[in-house]
Design a protein around this ligand. Structure first.
Ligand code: SF4
Length: 351
């Protein structure tokens, strides 16, 4: 057995099949089934000879996570809970908006970063996802939404993608490869809590991808309260890494700022945010906090959100007020894993 078919880059699959003596057009047919037709089984690749299908079955694993729960929000976003082969669960969210169909994918089962607003954090880190488990999320979501071609991918689901650097990078290579899903780097974003050494590594690599940073406060003590990573990598270190990333990749940075009532929306918060982001070529996505069961943070009123947004307008950065999607199905920002929380949290504590 060579391994899982989705763990190989298309050119690696090509090299193996050329060694088998297969013709180039046959290999292209196989790659087409997987990456263009989203086929989930060798048996369904009907234009391949049966002998080749049998050999593929003997040589490559093609087991996929099972869709355990599929929930549709009243705003039409969809959340899938996927059961992995070791019975762990991850979640993905599919959001359709005008001409943009965005898939929010996971990179880990749980997460070690312990951000205080995040339901996934309560599970703790169980394990990194394998390359094939990351790629499979795209395959499965597209298979279930044949009418809506996925146009954008964000690593913003469960887990800190830069803590699973090697597997996430290989998955990105497969998703962007011309013979793979052929996704444009401009339509893919990694969202990080600010793992500075990994941001530097990514900036120095040949990977092309946009970066979003979960900021949530530009006042160090407050950010540390929300996000323990701030005690490890200061705001100054984070800013320096982002300026370098921008220089080396030419991609504009996005900041995610979850607005929390009575916490990060005062005049001093605005002032600190303007000071931090005002001289970076960036976009600021403001997100209204969604109440999450078991977490103490409160959702601001629409008036508070409007006032905060207005005060920020002096900044040259593009500011967007992002609608959090899928609140009713616990698919909105910070909510992933909220419904699984009691079981996975308990299982993890017992380990
Ligand atoms: S917000 Fe992201 S990095 Fe922070 S704990 Fe949740 S999944 Fe991990």
């Amino acid at each position: 057995m060579n391994g899982h078919i989705l763990s190989f880059e298309p050119q690696e699959i090509e090299a193996i099949l050329l060694q088998w003596g297969e013709k180039k057009y046959r290999i292209n047919q196989l790659l087409d089934w997987i990456y263009k037709k989203y086929c989930l089984s060798f048996d369904d690749m009907l234009n391949l000879p049966i002998t080749l299908r049998e050999r593929l079955k003997e040589s490559f694993d093609f087991t996929l996570p099972q869709v355990d729960i599929r929930l549709k929000s009243k705003d039409s976003s969809e959340k899938y809970s996927l059961k992995l082969s070791d019975e762990n669960f991850i979640e993905i969210v599919f959001m359709s908006n005008n001409k943009k169909n965005t898939l929010c994918i996971s990179s880990q089962v749980g997460c070690a970063r312990n951000c205080q607003f995040c339901a996934t954090a309560k599970i703790g880190l169980i394990r990194n996802l394998k390359v094939e488990e990351i790629v499979a999320q795209l395959l499965i979501a597209q298979k279930f939404n044949p009418e809506n071609r996925i146009t954008n991918i964000v690593f913003m689901g469960m887990g800190e993608p830069l803590d699973n650097y090697d597997n996430v990078v290989k998955a990105i290579r497969i998703i962007q490869a011309e013979l793979g899903f052929a996704f444009s780097p401009r339509r893919m974003t990694i969202s990080t809590c600010g793992v500075v050494p990994a941001i530097n590594k990514l900036a120095d690599s040949d990977i092309k991808i946009k970066l979003a940073v979960s900021l949530n406060s530009a006042i160090s003590a407050k950010r540390s309260e929300l996000m323990p990573i701030n005690q490890k990598y200061s705001l100054d270190e984070l800013k320096a890494a982002l300026i370098e990333f921008r220089k080396k990749t030419s991609y504009r940075i996005s900041f995610e700022y979850i607005m929390i009532k009575n916490f990060n929306m005062s005049d001093s918060d605005v002032k600190a945010l303007i000071k931090f982001a005002g001289d970076i070529s960036c976009k600021i996505n403001l997100i209204k906090w969604n109440n999450v069961p078991g977490l103490p943070w409160l959702s601001p009123s629409d008036e508070d959100v409007e006032a905060f947004t207005k005060k920020l307008m002096v900044i040259s950065a593009a500011i967007t007020l992002r609608q959090s999607r899928g609140e009713d199905i616990a698919a909105a920002c910070g909510q992933l894993a909220a419904q699984r929380l009691p079981k996975q949290e308990k299982d993890n504590k017992e380990k």
